[in-house]
Write a protein that binds this ligand. Sequence first.
Ligand code: F6P
Length: 532
Amino acid sequence: MSSLPLTTRCDRTPAWAELQSHYAAAGQSFDLRRAFASDAQRFNDFSQQAPHVFADLSKNLIDMPTQSLLLALAEQCGVAAHRDAMFAGLPINNTEQRAVMHFLLRQPAAAVSTNASHAEPVWQEALQQVHETLGAMLAYAEQVRTDEAITDIVNIGIGGSDLGPQMAVRALDAFCQPGKRFHFVSNVDGHELARVLAGLQPRNTLFLIASKTFTTAETMTNAQSARHWFETRMGEGASAHIARHFAALTTNVQAAQAFGIRTTFGFWDWVGGRYSLMSAIGLPLAIAVGAQGFGDMLAGAHAMDEHFKTAALANNLPVRLGLLDVWYRNFHGFTSRSIAPYHSALGRLPAYLQQLEMESNGKRVDRDGQALPYGTSPVLWGEPGTNGQHAYFQMLHQGSDVVPVEFVAVKTARHDLPGHHAKLLANALAQAQAFMVGQPEPGGHRDFPGNRPSTFLVLDDLTPASLGALIALQEHRVFVSGSVWGINSFDQWGVELGKVLATDIEVRLGNGDTASLDGSTAGLLNKLRSSA
Ligand code: F6P
């Protein structure tokens, strides 16, 4: 296997220094209103159509010189070489020595023969396995869809084994099989599982235990409780029914079998948890929208993969978005980005993107473990519009910090209630306009400074294909900023410490032992024990 591409740390490139000078000379005083007034072409120059997603970047704090310097930065940091290394199946997740190949999950099977001579051996074999598993999983999904006795599907999983399928099932509600209800249980807080179980009948329920590792404490605890609930209610011979009512989605098929689950759909260590929606982890979605719908989502994502792989950097939407993220984080010093989907079915998109961005790029060391002197992941947050307007948009318009906003609007409505959709779209456009134009009234409470940046993404329709493309777009933009920052976007060591400490504290909560604990943890532990 060939070695990973050499990269230069971004702050040591000539482009970085030039961007600093450009920021000082022009970037920090850039004014969107002046930019539009002096350039009739600005919308055309800073917008583009990518597969299924149109993007207007013109209301961002950039001009042509900024864009050229950012593209030079990408070149000097080796973003394209890093991207090609990912698509070649090299182990770019260097801390775990793993390839990063979620793009293979949506690679058409025909590529096995047509690209075989160019692909790494690991890639070809993996693609074959992808299609074998996909076929089995979609056949199972179709079987569940036609099984009228199964009315409730409960996905038990957390993080990437929950957020993706939950977001997508809700997003594609208009395509979902009538007569099936989907429930997502992630939290170890028993209130969540208890509330879901209270409305279920075991004979009508299918539990999907979704865990890449099949060791995650929350998921294992919920899975055990679900099995206990099932066995108790089914009574004698319950274990014979487990095969029909439990399936596991995991890379650790052995552990799932040891748990007593016979129906398993596997995936591979080269699929990161937060990149796993299009693997077996997507089974709830496959049941909801069927093989056709799931296949359409894969096709949409694949189209975006091809765009990312082949479009020139200047017209490459994931590249342009990722570079904007770098410009805002490292030169303007903005620490967060807000996502505002103007479609209620995209209600879980912010939570999904939050894990994607923050677990991928929330790192303070480079790929070799050396501390970095610059900021990385922004805080990602948001709510669907128009709800957010009546909650936190005040801060976005008049707060002391500038927060770039990313709007997602969908041209077509899938309901026939008159007037609603025009109002929804009008609000999205008006908010983006208000952020930019403002309403200067210096010194007053009514002063809207304006010049606040936003990106506006448009989908013609919210379909499996456009959702797949939107997801792949976001995956790749996170890849681009992570590449520039020189970090490994595909590990997540930062989640480990808390897991270890929780195991120790759980024992102490039982026995009251506070020896060697810090004063605060010991005090709180006593408080929680005494009120238990
Ligand atoms: O807590 C971090 C994490 O490992 C995420 O990266 C992952 O998506 C989630 O936990 C769930 O992990 P698993 O699918 O192995 O249960």
